[in-house]
Design a protein around this ligand. Structure first.
Ligand code: HEC
Length: 125
């Protein structure tokens, strides 16, 4: 009886793992399509690396988990003064996306070359 229970638990656990992996595997091509259809470069600029206004952030090449959580928060419109983000523009941009879409977008944007974090070569250490 105990053995059967242990096997059932193992099966249930493996099932959970399998589902989790499938749900979180990001699709770069899908992310690219969503970015192109969404017109993200209209504000974040060419390659999402040259914002059209100084108040718009460079998003190309930022860490995937950072991008994903930023998008998720805009979508959820977390508006407490302590946690989360509230931005009417960005909330509207991704309002219709699924969580998987946000993963795909984040993975694609993270894969782009970035002008951020470039080593400063103007002086030696
Ligand atoms: C109309 C202009 C505009 C468009 C189009 C736009 N964004 Fe944004 N985006 C902004 C602004 C402004 C911010 C900064 C908001 C804030 O202060 O939180 C921002 C912030 C972000 C951030 C957070 C960056 C960070 O460093 O925290 C991500 C990620 C992002 N946008 C992704 C996208 C994606 C993906 C699209 C296309 C689906 C898109 N944006 C389209 C204006 C835009």
């Amino acid at each position: 009886m105990n053995t059967l229970f242990a096997r059932l638990c193992a099966l249930a656990f493996a099932g959970t793992l399998g589902f989790g992996a499938a749900a979180h595997a990001a699709d770069l091509k899908k992310g690219e399509d969503l970015v192109n259809k969404g017109g993200c470069m209209g504000c974040h600029g060419a390659g999402l690396a040259k914002p059209v206004a100084p108040t718009y952030p460079v998003i190309a090449g930022q860490p995937e988990s950072y991008l994903f959580h930023a998008l998720q928060q805009y979508q959820a419109k977390h508006q407490t003064p302590i946690y989360g983000r509230a931005n009417a523009i960005m909330s509207g941009m991704i309002a219709a996306d699924t969580t998987q879409d946000l993963h795909d977008i984040a993975a694609y944007v993270a894969s782009l070359p970035t002008p951020l974090y470039a080593p400063d070569r103007t002086h030696s250490n």
